[in-house]
Design a binder for this molecule. Sequence first.
Ligand SMILES: CC(C)[C@H](C(=O)O)[C@@H](O)C(=O)O
Ligand code: SF4
Length: 464
Amino acid sequence: MLWEEHVVVSLDSDTDLLAIDRLMLHERTGGVALKSLDEAGRNVLAPGQVFATMDHIVDTFPGRSDKTLMPTGTAFLTAMREGAHRHGITLFDLHDARQGIVHVISPEQGIVLPGVTLVCPDSHTCTQGAFGALAWGIGSTEAEHALATMTLRAERPLDMRITIDGALGRGVTAKDLALQIISRLGSGGAKGYIVEFAGSAVRGLDMEARMTLCNMATELAAFGAIIAPDEVTFAYLEGRPFAPAGAQWDAALAAWRRLSSDDDAAFAVEHRFDAADVAPMISWGTSPQHAIPLNATVPTALSLQGSVGQADYDRALAYMALSPDMPLLGLPIDAAFIGSCTNSRISDLRRAATILKGRRVAPGLRAICVPGSTQVKAAAEAEGLDRIFRDAGFEWREAGCSMCFFAGGESFGAQQRVVSSTNRNFESRQGPGTRTHLASPETVAASAIAGRIADPRVIDGTEA
Ligand SMILES: CC(C)[C@H](C(=O)O)[C@@H](O)C(=O)O
Ligand code: SF4
């Protein structure tokens, strides 16, 4: 329905030209798109609907400036800033209180809204589908086209519904649910599909957890992810700076209440999960689909039933320095990272802080917390969470992508084993040779304290 409402013209049997309502940019890809737009002598058609931020390359050290650890980084920041100013685009710059990771700040500012189309030259744009928006990641050339015309051609995706009923158990989060789904469906499991997450478990998630779930749909290779908006969505958005206000809010609300897809809608593919079956998860390999329950052992190539080829399996295990059948619980780690557009919002930090409070990270372990936005950071500081993190031995950073993605600057180092609340564990994702284990923020916190991969439900040897 959302798709049809945005069709400007059907180009052929499976491609449409869609109207774009919102465009988000970041300094890694946004400045480049604006520059080539200029070179082509074109203009930004609707600067009021375009928003930009600095998140990918900008450092996250306290006292940061335009100078970046990445040798060529400053040029990206400058290009983004100059491009935004030239075209009258709202930029959440370095020292702006609204700065942060693009997919964190868009909802925070009320830029993404139910029923809109939103694109960004970034693969995790489907995070924002949690608001009932049609949000998808595009390339730089597409961004250029969208900037100039507020339209974009797109191949019509098929619909997949993933229904999750029941309730998540104690210490089990949306991140664990996402990792379980990806481990079952595989990293290409939703290629060509737009995934609608539905069911009582999804309804029961708050907006931040819904964003975590939709964020990870990228790791299923989905075109996009979407959750039907409901009262939880509306309550989150009300009063946000760019959300409609007054009579416009009332009108918007009435329209949004009509958006949710009817229960008997037909989907090309349906999957069902029971939330009660989900355990805290951790990844063992170099793809998000290489994930298992925390207390399981590293699978053998045989037990994966061909879903991971022998060569990929051997390579992943060698990279991660693991062996088949080995338990992951208790495995010594070098570092812990809490951040990224998957898990860096206030509720993520609160849950991690509950575990860290009054405890210290293991001696010699490097632990870093990077709030997803300057607003999240300020909110956390107002609640005293920064103290909890710092007292526990965590570095407390400025907002940005930071070590979710090695931007050519900071890294944990080769062979370092990191438990991370991020979304990708590809080879060298967090720096050349770094070994990443994906998990929830609470698992990262519990592991940081233990100095080993640990269960967040069992702290200091007793049930938490
Ligand atoms: C650098 C950027 C374009 C990239 C993306 O597209 O997603 C990054 O955000 C990532 O998570 O890998
Ligand atoms: S936090 Fe990580 S996944 Fe998210 S946009 Fe930044 S680099 Fe990409």
